[in-house]
Write a protein that binds this ligand. Sequence first.
Ligand code: ADP
Ligand code: ZN
Length: 215
Amino acid sequence: MYHGIRPGWIEVIAGVMFSGKSEELIRRVRRAVIARKRVQAFKSHLDDRYSGVHRISTHDGITVEATPVDSAAEILRRVRPDTEVAAIDEAQFLDESLVTVAVTLANRGVRVIVAGIDTDFRGEPFGAMPALMAVAELVDKLHAICVVCGDPACRNQRLVDGRPAAYDSPTILVGGSETYEARCRHCHQVPLVDERQGRLFETAPPSARAHPRAR
Ligand code: ADP
Ligand code: ZN
């Protein structure tokens, strides 16, 4: 927990699905309410799992009321002048101007708590999350449990019809038939990358193998 004497800072809760981000966000919101702070919660309207768009929900069914928004700018329009704590869930689905919005609110004296998935199904930085993690005063990176081996999980495994989704499938697939699992780095599979890396290992010198983008 970050405690500045002067109000206004950014806290980021990052991690994979099932890592407990919403639980942690709700815990902080509840404590702020107990401390009689004026709190507003927001979430991307893209995520309407479990209980509809007006609530932040955990996978275990705990909820807090939230205003659904289409864009980061809408948060700035809807935040009340006397709000002391702004909580934002599913930040990875909002546009990258969320960084400017969070900084603007924090500079204005608002405690901004942002929760979001930090890497997409490919294992690459997701939306505004990496920049938010850089400008925040406090970053907590949470882990789930890998469903394959039981280690701490830091990757979202996308499965389509039960098989690992290819690298070139779209980043956001709302309402699709896919499912997700929490997995560790070693159990995470992204087929096209794995194939490309296989070819790389046959031909390239060690220095070019480090990252698929390094070619
Ligand atoms: P997030 O917001 O990060 O998706 P939630 O707060 O909604 O996470 O849910 C976290 C809860 O999900 C855990 O407390 C646990 O009960 C449940 N859960 C289900 N699958 C897993 C898993 N593979 N690893 C850890 N927790 C899991
Ligand atoms: Zn694993």
